[in-house]
Every structure is written in structure tokens, then in C-alpha cells.
Design a protein around this ligand. Structure first.
Ligand code: NAG
Ligand code: NAG
Length: 383
């Protein structure tokens, strides 16, 4: 976690001026000190000292996050030196990788070939990620840019999709538009995790991806509780289902669903100190269309309580909020929510989790978009 530099310091005795000494410094990688300029006046006394600097995060060009290493380390690790850090002792070393690569570097960016140029598709594109040391438990994948083909009319990611294998937790098959989404996956001991993107070259589509891969130490405060596919740490925020969008899925104009099949995951929210409950509400009147025929509904009832469905009537696609209350503090006797509208609920069950479930077929769910739900933690006491 530290870089070590051998520094050569030239002590220059400036007798004529009457001062005791002036200092000149020349620093570099261990092997470069011989190149340091010696042609100065006065008497030189070379002193050697070892300097250490931490391999902390730095910002490189294009705002990519890198790690501060010596120039030599960066080149040994096949990184790209991108600006300086540690008072010019190190370089901001950025790791960008594409298909067929392996990394054990924190903050590796996994991009399509020629990113940001779009990709027409080809063979399965993979990156194998190994833990960067023995104290790593988890990866966080940030989809900085993620545009793959839409699922078919039944919500199946059949042409293009992301898969994650080798971890101790499951990541569902994901396709479509997912920029700004993220997922967590736990390492299974020292075993590597493989991230793959399949694309169908026969389907004309401008694919594009840039996925930031962060390694999370077992004792990190940023580690998500095991089993949380998504993890939010703010007091208020927004949770969006994968491939949510208001544009009709063009692959299945008659169905137009954007919801993906076979989801079964938890979205966890870290409880803020002093907060006792979490309130969930729809972000706008079109932001909760998760089951049933959205197209067949009178547009004036979409997003209202008339289109909201709860409890045992939710059997195919729904979210679960444990032991909810309405905003007046009345307990509801249902925890499943589906349909084409969502009425604000509050839950004080800990940890704070929203579960997302879809079945294996979106056929009857014409024009379902998925959801955008806002959450807001509520300070104690709740009511
Ligand atoms: C760089 O890191 C900062 C802080 O972790 C984050 O907000 C930002 O989005 C990152 N940028 C990229 C391009 O990964
Ligand atoms: C990886 O980088 C992120 C963000 O730069 C940082 O929060 C995290 O602690 C780093 N992981 C390790 C193992 O150093």
C-alpha cells in the first residue's frame, strides 16, 4: 500500500555567501538518480534517503480515478501515467482494460473496444478480476456508461447481456440501458470473479460500456452487507430498476416491456445514525409500472392508488417492503407492491431493504417500465 523511492539529496556548501548550507533536491525512481544534474558550483555531499508515499486514490485525465504509484510501478503494472501525485513523487496511474484482460488493480475501468466509440458486437468480452490483496471481500461495479441491446418481448436478455461469475453472491443477467446503476458481488475467497459482456453481432445496435471496478476491503465502511446487490449509504436517494426507461422497447413494439425477467435481489440502504425508519415513494406518476398491462390503462389512473396493487394479488413481478405503515402510522397487512401505481409507505424493519422480484415471463406486462422509487430516512421518533 506504499511506494518506496530512493531520494538523492545534494547538500551544497556555499562558503562564499557565509551561510551554512543551501539545499537542492533531486528525486526520482531508484535507478534515475544517476541522471541528476551535477554541474553546479560549490561542493556536493550526496545523501541518500528513503521516501515512502501511500498508494492513495488520485484523479487522472478524463476524470478517471487512479492510484498513486511511482512511474516505474505504473509501467510494471501496465497502467497509464496520467498526471502527478504525492507532491510530484508519483504518477496518477490509471487502469483501463477491455476484452480478454485480467486485473488485480483497484479502480480498473472495463470498457468496450475503442470506447467511447460504440461497438458493433462480436465475441464474448471478459475481464477476470482477482483480489488485489488478501483483505478484499467484495467488488463494486459502477456502470458509468452501459448501453446494450434491449431484452426480447418477454423480458429475456437474449442478444446482449452482462454476466458475473465466480463470486459468492449472484448478479442477475442484465441488459438494456443501465448507466448510473451499480452492483456488488462478494469474492468467494481468493477465487477470481469474471465479468462478461455478450453481444450479438447480427443485431445492429451501438453498444457501449465503461464499468468502474472497485475493490472493497473486508473491514471497509463501504462494504455492503452480504447479499445486497445494490447498496445506498445516503439519507435520501433514488433506486431505479434495471433498464428502467420511458422509451418503448423497440424489439417488441407490441409488448414494449423494459422490465427484465428472473430478478430476485435486495437493495439495501445503510441506516443513518439517529434515523429509525425509511419511507418509499414513487418518483413521478410514470415511475412505478411493474405488473399488468400498462398500455391498457386509462392514463389518468396510472400512478394513482387506483392502479396500485398489493399483497397476494402480486404474484409475478413486485417489490417487497417489510412490515410497512402508511404515512399516518397505520400498519398495513401486506408487504408486496405491484401494479401501475405506488402509494407511499414507511418501514422501520432493519436493515433497510427493498426486495425486487420478477418472474420468468413479461409477456402480459405490456409497456411495463419498471420503477423509480425515492427513499427518505425518517428521524426518530417516527410518528
Ligand atoms: C472517481 O471517484 C469519485 C469518488 O470516489 C467518484 O465520485 C467519481 O464518480 C469517480 N469517477 C470516475 C470516472 O470513476
Ligand atoms: C479502492 O478504491 C476505492 C475508491 O478509490 C477506495 O474507497 C477503496 O478503499 C480502495 N480499495 C482498496 C482495497 O484499497
Amino acid at each position: 500500500m506504499f511506494s518506496v523511492l530512493l531520494a538523492v539529496i545534494f547538500a551544497v556548501a556555499t562558503i562564499a555567501s557565509g551561510q551554512s548550507a543551501a539545499w537542492d533536491q533531486s528525486l526520482g525512481d531508484a535507478t534515475t538518480f544517476q541522471d541528476a544534474p551535477l554541474e553546479r558550483q560549490g561542493k556536493f555531499f550526496p545523501l541518500f534517503s528513503v521516501i515512502r508515499f501511500a498508494n492513495t486514490q488520485c484523479t487522472g485525465s478524463n476524470n478517471l480515478n487512479g492510484t498513486c504509484f511511482t512511474r516505474r510501478e505504473c509501467s510494471n503494472y501496465a497502467g497509464t501515467a496520467s498526471g502527478t501525485c504525492a507532491n510530484n513523487l508519483g504518477v496518477c496511474c490509471v487502469f483501463v482494460r477491455t476484452c480478454g484482460s485480467t486485473t488485480n488493480m483497484n479502480n480498473t475501468y472495463f470498457i468496450n473496444p475503442d470506447y467511447p466509440t460504440t461497438y458493433t458486437g462480436g465475441d464474448r468480452c471478459t475481464i477476470v478480476v482477482r483480489p488485489c490483496n488478501s483483505h478484499i471481500c467484495q467488488l463494486r461495479l459502477d456502470f458509468l456508461d452501459f448501453s446494450l441491446a434491449q431484452p426480447d418481448g418477454t423480458g429475456v436478455c437474449d442478444l446482449d447481456f452482462l454476466t458475473v461469475t465466480g463470486g459468492a453472491t449472484l448478479v442477475p443477467r442484465i441488459c438494456g440501458e443501465n448507466t448510473n446503476q451499480h452492483v456488488y458481488v462478494d469474492f468467494d475467497g481468493p477465487a477470481p470473479i469474471t465479468i462478461s459482456i455478450d453481444t450479438d453481432v447480427n443485431y445492429v445496435f451501438d453498444r457501449r460500456w465503461n464499468i468502474r471496478i472497485q475493490q472493497i476491503a473486508c473491514d471497509s465502511v463501504w462494504r455492503a452487507p452480504s447479499g445486497c446487490l445494490q447498496y445506498y449509504t445516503t439519507t435520501t436517494g433514488t433506486v431505479t430498476s434495471f433498464n428502467y426507461g420511458t422509451v418503448v422497447n423497440p424489439r417488441s413494439p407490441l409488448v414494449g416491456t423494459r422490465q427484465l425477467v428472473n430478478l430476485n435481489y435486495g437493495v439495501c440502504v445503510r441506516m443513518t445514525v439517529g434515523y429509525c425508519a425509511i419511507q418509499w415513494s414513487q418518483d413521478n406518476t410514470l415511475s412505478f409500472t411493474v405488473s399488468g398491462d400498462t398500455d391498457g390503462l386509462d392514463t389518468t389512473i396510472i400512478g394513482t392508488d387506483l392502479a396500485a396493487v398489493t399483497g397476494t394479488d402480486c404474484t409475478a413481478d413486485f417489490v417487497i417492503i417489510p412490515n410497512p405503515f402508511d404515512t399516518t402510522g397505520t400498519a398495513l397487512d401486506v408487504d408486496r407492491f405491484c401494479g401501475n401505481g405506488f402509494v407511499t409507505v414507511i418501514s422501520s424493519s432493519k436493515p433497510f431493504v427493498l426486495y425486487v422480484i420478477t418472474n420468468g415471463d413479461e409477456t402480459g406486462d405490456v409497456l411495463n417500465r419498471g420503477f423509480i422509487l425515492d427513499y427518505q430516512q425518517i428521524a426518530c421518533p417516527i410518528f
